[in-house]
Structures are given as structure tokens and as C-alpha cells.
Design a protein around this ligand. Structure first.
Ligand code: ATP
Ligand code: MG
Length: 208
């Protein structure tokens, strides 16, 4: 099975890495692809450039078996729609099961994504519960274990318990802006890039 985790990763932190590693091991994923978004449909553009986010991702997963970076959304023009990414992956991997990993906060918004029904046909959803998340009422297709995921290319929703790490990129950016250290919330090598390139020193530009 292939796992994918999309995000702005602005910056990547242990709240992405630890839950993704736990899902990889719990489900026996042969590969986890981190897919940085170029232009997210639901939020402001990232504060850092594509290259800066890529180099932080590379530093974060260096030596981590089974983890890879997939640049397809950075290379595609226009908004980053998960459904398009999944269509491309489906072409690439045939009928192999694809698990779309997301935090519980992302799952709460899932119904408002572009073509959620097609996404759920193309992949399973594996929801990594974040502190304070609850399962939205009326959620169909829930499975209780990993077995059904291996038996179909997509279509199931699994709520996977993961270590609760109340870490977000937003809070890390705010710490840096306020001259506080974000150390131990993200890999040291990522922090070194942030410091060397003086990232996140300024408040975000408001864009439309
Ligand atoms: P921001 O604060 O800028 O929104 P973020 O920390 O939420 O950043 P994203 O890049 O938006 O990070 O998240 C990518 C994916 O990782 C989303 O599906 C999100 O729900 C999930 N995720 C992020 N942080 C955590 C965490 N601490 N625990 C579990 N999942 C997480
Ligand atoms: Mg987020």
C-alpha cells in the first residue's frame, strides 16, 4: 500500500512526521509520499518558497526508510487539488491501495474539498486524530481495522490513533516571529535551515 500526506509543510514538524511514521508502521505502508502543495485552495499561500519548503522536507526525512517527496503539485500550474494528484497516482500505481493520510482537522473540512466522492473512490482516508478532534456525525464507510484497506484500492475511512502532538506550523511560525525557540517541535536540521535562511521572521503577507 502507498501512503500519501499532502500539506503546505510551512515548515514540516514532528506533528507531521511522528503520526505519519506511526501510520506507516501500523498499516505496513511500503512507501509514504509527502506532497507539498503549491497553491492550496482553502488558505493563503505558504510564507516560504517551494524550494525552501522542499529543502526543509528533504532535511526532515533524510535517512527515514520508505519516505519520499513527490513534487507533482509543485510542478502543476493552478490550484493544488488532491483529486488531480490522486488521478495521476492511480495511473502510476494501477489498482494498488492508496491511503490518503490527513489530520482530524483536515478531515473535518473534507466535505468541502473539490470532488470528495471521487477522492474517496480513488483512495482510502486514514485520519490521524489531533488533540480536540471529534469524528463528524454521519460519516459513512468507516472501518475499524487496517485489513479492509489492503483488500481494495480505495473507499474506506480509518481513524488511526496516533501520538497526540499539539504542534502546528502556525504556532512554530509565531514562536519564531516572537524570537522564541521552536526547538524540539521539529527536526534540528529543519531548524538549521530556518535559522540560516532567516525564515518566518516577518508577519505573513495577507493575500487573497
Ligand atoms: P498550519 O498551521 O500552517 O495549517 P499544520 O501544522 O496544520 O500547518 P499542514 O501542512 O497544514 O500543517 O498539515 C498537513 C497535514 O498534516 C494535514 O492533514 C494536517 O491535518 C496534518 N497535521 C498537521 N499537524 C498535525 C499534528 N500535530 N497531528 C496530526 N496531524 C497533523
Ligand atoms: Mg494546517
Amino acid at each position: 500500500m502507498l501512503g500519501i500526506l499532502g500539506g503546505t509543510f510551512d515548515p514540516i514538524h514532528f506533528g507531521h512526521l511522528r503520526p505519519a511514521l506511526e501510520v506507516q508502521q501500523a498499516l505496513g505502508l511500503e512507501e509514504v509520499r509527502l506532497i507539498p502543495l503549491r497553491d492550496p485552495p482553502h488558505r493563503n499561500r505558504p510564507q516560504t518558497s517551494d524550494d525552501q519548503r522542499l529543502s526543509m522536507l528533504q532535511a526532515a526525512i533524510k535517512g527515514l526508510p520508505g519516505f519520499r517527496i513527490d513534487r507533482q503539485e509543485l510542478e502543476r500550474k493552478g490550484k493544488s487539488y488532491t483529486v488531480e494528484t490522486l488521478r495521476a497516482l492511480r495511473q502510476e500505481v494501477g489498482a494498488k491501495p492508496i491511503c490518503l493520510l490527513m489530520g482530524g482537522d483536515a478531515f473535518q473540512q473534507f466535505h468541502s474539498w473539490h470532488r470528495p466522492d471521487e477522492i474517496l473512490q480513488l483512495a482510502h482516508l486514514v485520519v490521524m486524530q489531533r488533540p480536540g478532534d471529534s469524528i463528524p456525525p454521519g460519516t459513512d464507510n468507516i472501518v475499524e481495522s487496517a485489513e479492509p484497506l489492503a483488500a481494495a484500492p480505495g473507499g474506506c475511512i480509518l481513524f488511526q490513533p496516533v501520538t497526540q502532538l499539539d504542534i502546528s506550523s502556525t504556532s512554530i511560525r509565531a514562536l519564531i516571529r516572537n524570537h522564541r525557540s521552536p526547538r524540539y517541535l521539529l527536526p534540528d536540521d529543519v531548524l538549521t535551515i530556518i535559522q540560516t535562511q532567516q525564515l518566518y521572521q516577518q508577519p505573513p503577507e495577507v493575500n487573497s
